[in-house]
Structure formats: C-alpha cells, structure tokens
Design a protein around this ligand. Structure first.
Ligand code: PEP
Ligand code: MN
Length: 358
C-alpha cells in the first residue's frame, strides 16, 4: 500500500492545525445537549466536533443512538460554530445519510474494522465521493486488519485517510478499558509515516483521571491529534459516562499537554531521539510486565510440583529451553552470550520463586 504525503495534506487543506483535536459526546442525545456542548467547545482547542448518531453496543439493551434525527443537529453545529463535524458509520445506509446531511469526516468504529464485509460495503458506498475517512483500530490487536481497513478505502479512491488508535479489548486489565499496545501504532507509523494517526484516549482509559497521561504519551510519540469524548454533563451521559469530560476540562487538558513540534531541520535529531527513547521506555515496561507474568506461571508450576512432591529442577527441560532460546535469539541477531545470560537469570529467579511456594 502506498501512503504518501498526500494523505496528510488533507488535514492542512481543511485548516486543521497540529495537533487536531476532535471532541464531542460519545452519543448525540438531544439537540440541546449537542448544541450546548459544541458552543462550549468552540472556545477550546477543539477543531472538529464528534458525536455518535448510531451506537454499536456490545450487548443489546443499551442506548443505540438517536439515528437520522440527530444529523440536522450536527448541521446546526457546523452553521453555528464553524467547526467541522464527524460521526461513525457502520453500513451503507449510514453513509448515504451522512452524505445527505453533509457530515465532513466519517469514522469507522472498532467493531466495524474487524469485519471486512462491512468495511467493503462502506467503501463501496463512498466510491466517487472522496470524503475523509478515519479508521479506528479493530478491537483485537491485529495490525493487518487495521491496515486492511485503510486499504479498502484507498482502493475505493478515498485519498483523505487517517487512523484512530482506540486501544485493544482485554479481558482483565485494571488500568485500561482497552489496552493501548503502543507498539502496534508505532509499527503502523513506521511503515506509513504520512498516514495521520489520532489517539482516542477516552476508549483506551475508560475513565477520566488517566486521559492526560495517555494523551501526553501519544503526543510524545508524534501523533497527529486526539479524539476526546466531551459532554456538558458527563455523569449524566447516556453512554460511556465514566470516561467523558466537560469542555472546560478538555480545555485544561490541552493547556497541560506539552505539544511537541512536528519537525524542523534543527530539531530533527532531537525529535527522533526522543521518539526512540519513548519507544524504549515502553518496551522496557513491557519487558517488566512479561517477566512478572512469567514468574506468576513459575509460581503456579511450583505449587503443582509441591503438591505432587516433584523436584523443582528439571534439568532436561531447562537445557531444552536454553537451546531453543539461543537459537531463537540467533535467528533475530541476538548473541548467544546475551541470550544465555538473560535466560540464566530468569531461570534462577523462577527456581527461587518455586522454592518459596508453600
Ligand atoms: C465511539 O467513538 O464512541 C466508539 C463507539 O468507539 P469504538 O468504535 O472505538 O468503540
Ligand atoms: Mn464512546
């Protein structure tokens, strides 16, 4: 797939300065709620207004969106505030209606990106229109599926494309509603540096208190913008109440964020260095998480052996692990000494942990 500088130009052409700030409620609820939120956002850094008109809910019974009656409210937002407007489309009928009411930018939801049939149907419905489309990552951590979504729009002739990173669903995360798995977005950015990348901290965090921190990480990683769910009365929101903030809180958040310069010849070196350091920090944290997970499993094995009265050290198994890992490391250009040293340390710690099991 060829993603060229053209892909970023549309943001400039629409007058969207760096970083783009897309803000607005999870769902359009009433005309009054939409317009009041938009008027308050007009005085913040937000330059695009979002609102879900059709809401894909994981389980039935929740609020599924106001539907077509909400689209004229978004038109009013445009007329009264001058902001651009965006909404989620999940099928060809949504596209037809969004075009009828002149929605400026369309986004594809995470539950839609997982389904190539649905994405293709939407791409076909957009043929010949060239509306800007932002593709959210699929709910599962599959980079190919995410890129596949972008490619389907590109093949349909849409050149104004971007992606939204909203995190990946997880069974039991304490900190995140959807784990960021930053490396997937970093991979995407590495391969296609000119495809605009926007962070949706709201669906990653699922709560208000961590939005700033997660958004700062994105700006440090040179993201092109943020999409933040914003509501006049977040606690009373009909969907995603826990993660929405008021326009005033959004304003404070953008003041607190350190906006990194995109680039400049003099700062290019520093910018790249900072980005790589941030990548390293994230990987180092991931290493710690993985080591902790490994030790939890070692502990479970220790309990099992203790119960069955089996010796802790199983020399054959350990020799196998070491050989396999030395080979796996060599395949990736890692030296034998390095891999041996690391795995010996891991093995010693595993044995210690198993010893302590009662
Ligand atoms: C949304 O943005 O309100 C939404 C439904 O997001 P996602 O598709 O990321 O779950
Ligand atoms: Mn939402």
């Amino acid at each position: 797939m060829e993603i060229t500088k053209e892909n970023r130009k549309w943001l400039d052409a629409m007058g969207l300065s760096h970083p783009i700030v897309i803000a607005g409620p999870c769902s359009a609820e009433t005309e009054d709620q939409v317009l009041k939120t938009a008027h308050l956002l007009k005085d913040t850094d937000a330059n695009v207004f979002r609102a879900g008109i059709w809401k894909p809910r994981t389980r039935p019974g929740g609020f599924e969106g106001v539907g077509e009656i909400g689209l004229p409210w978004l038109q009013k937002v445009k007329e009264e505030t001058g902001m651009l407007v965006t909404t989620e489309v999940g099928n060809a009928q949504h596209v037809e209606l969004a075009l009828k009411y002149d929605i400026d930018i369309l986004w594809i939801g995470a539950r839609t990106t997982v389904n190539p049939f649905a994405v293709q149907e939407i791409a076909d419905a957009l043929k010949g229109v060239n509306k800007p489309v932002l593709v959210k990552n699929p709910v599962n951590p599959d980079l190919a599926l995410w890129l596949g979504g972008v490619e389907r729009f590109q093949a349909a002739g849409i050149s104004q494309l971007g992606v939204i990173h909203r995190g990946f669903s997880t069974y039991n995360s304490l900190h995140y509603r959807n784990k960021p798995k930053w490396h997937l977005a970093i991979e995407l950015k590495k391969e296609f540096p000119d495809l605009p990348l926007i962070l949706d901290p709201s669906h990653i965090c699922g709560r208000r208190d961590t939005l700033l921190d997660v958004s700062q990480t994105a700006l440090d990683l040179n993201y092109d913008g943020l999409m933040v769910e914003t509501h006049i009365d977040p606690d009373k929101a009909w969907s995603d109440a826990a993660q929405q903030i008021t326009p005033a809180q959004l304003h404070q958040m953008t003041l607190d964020l350190k906006i990194r310069q995109k680039s400049s010849t003099g700062q290019e070196f520093q910018r790249k260095l900072n980005m790589h350091r941030k990548e390293l920090d994230l990987i180092d944290n991931a290493i710690i998480d993985i080591l902790a997970d490994r030790m939890t499993i070692a502990e479970a094995i220790g309990r099992l052996k203790h119960k069955e009265n089996v010796a802790i050290l199983q020399s054959g198994r350990w020799a196998d692990i070491l050989q396999t890992m030395i080979q796996a490391g060599a395949d990736k250009g890692l030296s034998r000494e390095f891999v041996e040293e690391i795995f010996k340390a891991i093995h010693v710690e595993s044995i210690n942990i198993q010893h302590n099991v009662k």
